[in-house]
Design a protein around this ligand. Structure first.
Ligand code: ADP
Length: 190
């Protein structure tokens, strides 16, 4: 049977958000993007938003306990029972361990981690391009470099974490949206 509890992993700008949404539509399951949820919290001016804003503007990770709380609440929603695609969570080993615990508590487990990678120069180019299109406040050149460093130091170790678990599928994120989507389909069928 096809995996329905999935996680997308990859550096900022790799295109995982777009691909996660596309696959989620095909599978009829929701995406869970902690980045989107945190931006909504900032926009709403909630307590969580107030805690997160400074970290996000600097391109730093929001503290684990804040993000874990956000993810835990969302994972308990009824629409997630039939499957989900996580995008941007977990981002640290502490978060990955918390995710395992949360899912175990719900009697579920992660079935597949899709790890996307492209060269650093292509990533920065894409992010600067997105900055001019969407005007996200954390898409400035300095913040982008910082998010990239943070990814390599704190999130990339998760590639090994899920490889050792035997659920990792690695693929090249360079190419058109359709090409990459096709690679993801192939990886899921393998
Ligand atoms: P990108 O993948 O392009 O960096 P996201 O929308 O996933 O963008 O995240 C934007 C920002 O939100 C991050 O730089 C970070 O500050 C915060 N954030 C999102 N998810 C997490 C997480 N799981 N842990 C810590 N911070 C997070």
């Amino acid at each position: 049977m096809k995996a329905r509890r999935l996680l997308f992993l990859g550096p900022p700008g790799v295109g995982k958000g777009t691909q996660a949404q596309r696959l989620a539509r095909e599978l009829g399951i929701p995406t869970i993007s902690t980045g989107d949820m945190l931006r909504a919290a900032v926009a709403a001016g909630s307590e969580i938003g107030k805690k997160a804003k400074g970290f996000m503007d600097r391109g730093e990770l929001v503290p684990d306990e804040v993000v874990i709380g956000v993810a835990e609440l969302r994972l308990a929603d009824p629409d997630v029972a039939g499957g989900f695609i996580l995008d941007g969570f977990p981002r640290t080993v502490v978060q990955a361990e918390a995710l395992d615990r949360i899912l175990r508590g719900l009697g579920r487990e992660l079935e597949c981690c899709i790890a996307m990678e492209v060269s650093e120069t292509a990533l920065v180019k894409r992010l600067l391009n997105r900055a001019s299109l969407e005007g996200r406040s954390d898409d400035t050149e300095d913040t982008i470099q910082n998010r990239m460093r943070v990814y390599r130091a704190q999130t990339e170790p998760l590639v090994k974490y899920y490889r050792e678990r035997g659920i990792l599928r690695e693929l090249d994120g360079l190419g058109s949206m359709d090409e990459v989507a096709e690679r993801i389909r192939g990886a899921l069928a393998a």
